[in-house]
Design a protein around this ligand. Structure first.
Ligand code: ADP
Length: 500
């Protein structure tokens, strides 16, 4: 495959079941970060388009059949979507590669994982039942039911475009919500494609609307009065803005934000497995991953040998054209992201961390690529130890005791995920209990399952996606209290006549 085979695809938005241009008629372009070739063009939505989409979603919720359909019927539609995703897997994976820059093998895995999310959510559509209280007294029965929260705005980032929208949308649809979806302007292709698959699968008009925008649609969408809930994945910085909007307008909000995820490597670990997990953890998706294992804490007695082994292993990671099936690390998705990586590497150097590998952009004829980079001798106060870089940059720190390791692990504002490599069950359990993070991996790293809740503590977010937990994220709880038989006492006189 050469860059000359890559032509632009002109796509449309999906509003109220129709493929549409933006009201303004304007479009924006996406250039492949690996090939410097325009690969897609999109309508550039503004507030007017947001209003059309949000109004369609509102009507589909208030009047439409979707929220009132049985779970079985919704489940059948969600399963059809899973099948259609598998049918179009090659096309979806290729779009992901060309817009995001990730390797084709990983894009294919992402598409398959996405199909699994839709298939799993179909099971939840039939399990969103509530609770019953039969022991509150002889004359009362209460039932607690889940109702769809309403119209959900979903705003997603560029690192796993298809997977991340599918951590939200099928779950919201399963319980009867409707949605307005806005993917990142850098990677809109697979989300628009998904929007069309939903129409094909039989999702009624207006239930899911996909807006594409170069930047003008996000704010009007979160502010729109027809939106009941905002579900956002992206940077902590934008997450704060969205939480503020949700706070002012008292909209429900769910946020998946950044991480500076620590991996603890103890001297008693299977060090070969740990080394492989560390290299995978930081270079997977070029480190453009909220779950990136970007902070590795190594027990001092093995630190030199372990660091040397990690450097050796990292040197062998194939970086390059993401369309090549043997590539493991592709392009850096945007110039802005490359600038961020370069800034942090500069800060690491200036702070006195020891650069063991990489530390610079790769010289390539096209695209933007960054050498796998490793810093050792990092101290917990350096910015490369505390802040999310979102690139292929590993910071290695050392510890002398498990207490110290846990303290360092907990010393950032984030709390998305963490891991420990050890053969000692007590160390594993202590770390799992005491590290404040939404997911803890023991002797493994970064796998996920539709069944398991995902989300973070602290500045990593609010709420949890996936699993049966998602039912509660996308529903309101309603309590219904029922009188059984006659009302037995009067508020005023203490007794009621027994006429009934
Ligand atoms: P990333 O850099 O990972 O894409 P961002 O937080 O910058 O993370 O963006 C995530 C998503 O949020 C993108 O779809 C982006 O267009 C959108 N976005 C950015 N700013 C705002 C905002 N003020 N309101 C709503 N959405 C926004």
């Amino acid at each position: 495959m050469t860059s000359t085979d890559i032509g632009p695809v002109d796509r449309l938005m999906v509003i109220d079941g129709k493929d549409v241009e933006a009201v303004s008629g304007k479009r924006y372009e996406r250039t492949s970060p690996a090939h410097d070739v325009v690969v897609g063009t999109y309508p550039d939505a503004t507030a007017e388009d947001v209003d059309r989409a949000a109004t369609a979603a509102r009507r589909a919720f208030d009047e439409g059949p979707w929220p009132r359909m049985s779970g079985t019927e919704r489940s059948a539609v969600l399963l059809r979507v899973a099948e259609l995703i598998r049918r179009d897997a090659d096309d979806l994976a290729r779009t992901e590669v060309l817009e995001m820059g990730k390797p084709i093998s990983q894009a294919r895995d992402e598409v398959e994982a996405t199909a699994e999310l839709w298939a799993y959510s179909a099971t939840l559509a039939r399990h969103a039942y509530g609770d019953a209280h039969n022991m509150l007294g002889a004359d009362v029965l209460a039932v607690v039911i889940n109702e769809p929260v309403g119209v959900v705005a979903m705003i997603t980032p560029w690192n796993f475009p298809l997977l991340i929208i599918s951590q939200k949308l099928p779950f919201a649809l399963a319980v009867g919500c409707t949605a307005v979806v806005k993917p990142s302007e850098l990677t809109s292709g697979t989300t628009v494609h998904l929007g069309r698959l939903l129409v094909e699968a039989g999702v009624p008009d207006g239930v899911v609307n996909v807006l594409t925008s170069a930047g003008g649609a996000g704010r009007p969408l979160t502010n729109h009065p027809s939106i009941d809930m905002i579900s956002f994945t992206g940077s902590t910085e934008v997450g704060r803005i969205i939480a503020r909007t949700a706070g002012e307008q008292l909209k429900k909000v769910e946020l998946e934000l950044g991480g500076k995820n620590p991996q603890l490597v103890c001297a008693d670990a299977d060090l070969k497995a740990a080394m492989d997990g560390v290299v995978f953890g930081v270079y997977f998706n070029a480190g453009e991953c909220c779950n990136s294992g970007s902070r590795v804490l190594v027990e001092r007695s093995i630190a030199n040998d372990f660091q040397a082994a990690v450097v050796e292993h990292a040197r062998q990671v194939p970086v390059g054209d993401p369309l090549d099936p043997s590539t493991k690390v592709g392009a850096i998705t945007s110039q802005e992201q490359l600038d961020t990586i370069e800034r942090y590497v500069g800060e690491g150097r200036a702070a006195g961390a020891q650069l063991l590998l990489g530390g610079e952009r790769m010289a390539t004829p096209a695209g933007r690529f960054y050498h796998p980079t490793i810093f050792a001798g990092v101290s917990p106060d350096m910015s490369i130890a505390r802040e999310e870089i979102f690139g292929p940059v590993l910071s290695m720190l050392t510890f002398d005791s498990l207490d110290e390791a846990i303290r360092i692990a907990n010393s950032t504002a984030f709390g998305l995920s963490a891991g420990i490599w050890t053969r000692n069950i007590d160390s594993a359990l202590r770390a799992a209990r005491e590290i404040r993070a939404g997911t803890i991996w023991v002797n493994r790293w970064m796998d996920g399952y539709p069944e398991l809740p995902f989300g973070g503590f602290g500045e990593s977010g609010l709420g949890r996606e996936l699993g049966r937990n998602a039912i509660h994220e996308f529903t309101e709880t309603k309590t219904i209290q029922l009188q059984i038989g006659p009302r037995r006492s009067s508020w005023l006189s203490g007794h009621l006549s027994q006429e009934h």
